[in-house]
Design a binder for this molecule. Structure first.
Ligand code: HEC
Ligand code: HEC
Length: 730
């Protein structure tokens, strides 16, 4: 136990050196023996390992063959520009936004004391345009803007790097020269432990979906705008975000962050869950079948899935994650900023106080643990990969496969089953169940047809089961013919703007029901009859299988152990199939100048006024030596500044270090350094190194007050009453 604790401490110290490769050495195991799919203690290098963020693509323009940032101001213009680059129309802007005046982000103190006048705005791009989707921003781009600090925080997917990038736009203001830097991931990872966006659980009381927050925002706005605004709509909208909104907006953002949370998991399973390209070809085939069936099903009985995917995947899983794979948790607790202790009487920056139990720095247990014994694990991987295939890609593939089959006319398959057919008024219902479900080509199908006279006006196939696959539900009836005299109805089906397809990608070319006129029984106006259903399907997926098989044989090809990039993988596949050329985007970063990192972490001082503070650097500098005043940058700047700032902050530093000695549930504030990069922190005593730092901080406090500090005494009036960490303006 002790030895392990020390190892964990060493891992923490290393993790604190941002970007250090050695941090990867930390095991990333949960107490229950599962491995974290994402290990915040090993956040990776700050700069993209390959490619660039999608934000860089949409926030830049090409000039003389080079890409340069071009970031419109104000914020509304930025959001609009990004949406139009992604092909989203004004009527369907593909994004959602909330206002968070008193939040828990890194911008929590910036607006003090005018929190309601200058709320943080958070925008998530969660939609996909009808056409194009180059770049695909859905669930992949998030912005956080705070006017008072002239900062836009960015979390953005990197197509080539297969990870979310963390960026900060500074000096973002009218007439400013905005600068974009890739942030220190170790700092972001302290709260974004999933290395992805995070969001509160329902009912999102920090956002303007809370009527009290909305009211306070509106009052502050009206006050600032003066008399003239009493009538106008100006006070009803801030940064283009309507102030009074229901929970549907934060709910949608929450859903987007939940989906994004799994991206790193999918990427890991694509690269490490399959040992070879054949396994990945089978997985990609399943993902494409899912997209072609409108995310309903894929062919789990296919030879490729059973022979090329499942055995390889199972073996790789058992070897690497015998205790399961722990899925990171993107959800932080709901928090009502008005309900927190003392909030009603708090003034100024103290209003932004966040109690330890709501603090996103606190380590979160896994959302769930996936194991290979759970049958849904393999299915989840296919579904996860399918999320990286845009609707537009699925529609293009669907149209291409149908057109190709129309030329090549592959043989049709026929399925049959006896049915009961009943008509009441203009609605016809049918239910077909095979006599012997074990028979090949047996089908089970049930649905409803809406008639307008002798015409078919619509309807739905509620459920269709063929080849023992999972039921395909809610296929649309989009046309057909009815011939009551000879007893025949033929239906055309569709699915979400595409052809209706079976799990294996075969197109359902028709559903026909036949009956004999003499069998029709009349009961008043209702009709009942026994009929026979024939469902025909054409295997249009064969060319995809063939193309995947060729790609799987390419040495170092697109199905190698690299991140799954939409363009990198789909472009060569679509080219091989002959799907019309498309403007693939956002993998090739050649036209960009070198990416800018956040200012370097300062070296540990070897001499000068900050020399004595040397022991603080390994554990604190990654987060407290940035160019920003939050979290307080007491280790940034000249030796003189550092010495003065640490002394000024000493009571707070002492309190946060001493907090390690308080039992977790009794802590008013999160201890420092935060335990979040340590999955097992809860089980360990405070690290020994922290005790040394605590003694140093205690000595500083004592030299001022003449007495030894006592945590309980110091916090008597609450943590927020302590002298602010940084001296005013320095
Ligand atoms: C102290 C905890 C904390 C740290 C550290 C932190 N964030 Fe966040 N961040 C949050 C919280 C909480 C939210 C969600 C609520 C909100 O936005 O107020 C958030 C939200 C965001 C969002 C909006 C999308 C989302 O996740 O909901 C962006 C963008 C963002 N952060 C960027 C960053 C970047 C870049 C860094 C590193 C420089 C960073 N954050 C570090 C707490 C933090
Ligand atoms: C992984 C990032 C990270 C590391 C490492 C870290 N901190 Fe922090 N620290 C934060 C964040 C984020 C906050 C702001 C949220 C809060 O107050 O809990 C913070 C807040 C603080 C505060 C409170 C400031 C205030 O205004 O009340 C003190 C003091 C502090 N840290 C001291 C330290 C010391 C000392 C170390 C090293 C032993 C350290 N921190 C290491 C991220 C970090």
């Amino acid at each position: 136990m002790r030895r392990e604790a020390l190892t964990v401490l060493a891992g923490l110290a290393l993790a604190a050196c941002a970007g250090s490769d050695r941090a990867v050495a930390q095991s990333g195991e949960t107490p229950a023996g599962a491995m974290w799919a994402v290990n915040p203690a090993a956040p990776g290098p700050d700069l993209p390992p390959a490619g660039r963020s999608l934000f860089d693509f949409v926030a830049s323009v090409e000039r003389d063959g080079k890409r340069v940032y071009d970031i419109p101001f104000p914020f509304v213009a930025l959001v609009k520009r990004v949406a139009s680059r992604a092909g989203c129309k004004a009527a369907d802007p593909c994004s959602r936004a909330v206002l968070i005046p008193l939040g828990r982000s890194l911008q929590r103190t910036a607006a003090s004391p005018e929190f309601f006048r200058y709320p943080r705005v958070v925008v998530a791009f969660d939609g996909e345009p009808e056409h194009g989707a180059f770049p695909l921003l859905k669930d992949r781009l998030y912005l956080g803007y705070q006017e008072r600090s002239n900062v836009v925080e960015v979390i953005s997917w990197n197509e080539a790097g297969g990870r979310f990038e963390f960026q900060v736009v500074r000096d973002y203001r009218a007439g400013g020269a905005s600068r974009v830097a890739y942030a220190r991931r170790a700092l972001c990872a302290a709260c974004h432990q999933n290395l992805a966006p995070i969001f509160s659980r329902q009912v999102w009381e920090e956002t303007n979906a809370n009527p009290r927050v909305a009211e306070a925002l509106e009052t502050a706005r009206a006050h600032a705008l003066g008399e003239g605004a009493k009538r106008g709509d100006a006070r009803r909208s801030i940064y283009g975000v309507p102030v009074h909104r229901g929970v549907d907006v934060p709910d949608a953002i929450d859903a987007a962050t939940d989906r994004a949370n799994l991206y790193a998991v999918h990427q890991r399973l694509w690269q490490e869950g399959c040992g070879d390209a054949r396994c990945r070809a089978a997985l990609l085939g399943a993902a494409l079948q899912l997209r072609l069936t409108g995310d309903r099903a894929f062919d789990e009985r296919a030879a490729s899935w059973r022979d090329a995917f499942l055995p390889a995947f199972t073996a790789a899983w058992r070897a690497q994650w015998p205790g399961g794979l722990a899925i990171p948790n993107p959800d932080i607790p709901n928090r009502d900023p008005f309900a927190t202790e003392g909030a009603r009487t708090a003034q100024g920056v103290a209003l932004s106080h966040v109690a330890a139990r709501f603090e996103p720095l606190a380590p979160r247990p896994p959302l769930e643990v996936w194991t290979i014994e759970q049958p849904e694990t393999a299915r989840r991987v296919a579904a996860g990969l399918a999320a990286h295939v845009a609707d537009a890609d699925a529609r293009a593939l669907d149209a291409h496969l149908a057109a190709r089959a129309a030329r090549q006319r592959p043989a049709a398959r026929r399925y049959e089953a006896p049915c009961e057919l009943a008509r009441a008024g203009s609605t016809l219902r049918f239910k077909c169940v095979p006599d012997d479900p074990a028979m090949p080509r047996a089908i089970r199908v049930a649905g409803r047809v809406d008639l307008a006279g002798a015409k078919i006006a619509g309807g739905e196939v509620g459920s269709l089961v063929a080849d023992g696959a999972v039921p395909l539900e809610h296929l649309e009836v989009v046309g057909g013919t009815l011939d009551e005299v000879s007893g025949r109805i033929a239906l055309h089906l569709a699915s979400r703007g595409m052809h209706a397809r079976l799990a294996d990608g075969a197109r359902i070319t028709g559903v026909a029901l036949r009956w004999k006129a003499e069998d029709v029984a009349r009961r008043g106006t209702a009709l009942e009859v026994s009929a026979r259903a024939t469902v025909t399907a054409v295997d249009e997926f064969a060319p995809v299988r063939a193309a995947l098989a060729v790609l799987a044989e390419e040495p170092d090809g697109v199905l190698g152990a690299k991140p799954f990039g939409r363009a990198r993988v789909l472009a060569p596949l679509f080219a091989r199939l002959g799907v019309p050329v498309r403007e693939w985007c956002c993998e090739d970063a050649a036209a960009f100048p070198a990416a800018e990192p956040e200012s370097e972490e300062p070296p540990i001082p070897a001499a000068g006024p900050a020399k004595d503070l040397e022991p603080f650097y390994p554990l604190c500098a990654s987060c407290h030596a940035t160019g920003d005043r939050f979290p307080p940058n007491f280790l940034a700047g000249s030796g003189d500044r550092v010495a003065a700032a640490v002394r000024h902050c000493a009571p707070r530093i002492y309190a946060r270090l001493a907090m390690w000695r308080v039992l977790p549930d009794a802590r008013e504030k999160t201890p420092m350094p935060p335990a979040s990069p340590l999955p097992r922190a809860r089980d360990y005593p405070p690290p020994a190194a922290v005790a040394g730092l605590e003694r140093m901080a205690a000595a500083m406090v004592r030299s001022e007050t003449g007495t030894e500090p006592q945590l309980a005494h110091l916090l008597e009036d609450g943590y927020e009453r302590l002298r602010p960490c940084l001296p005013e303006g320095k």
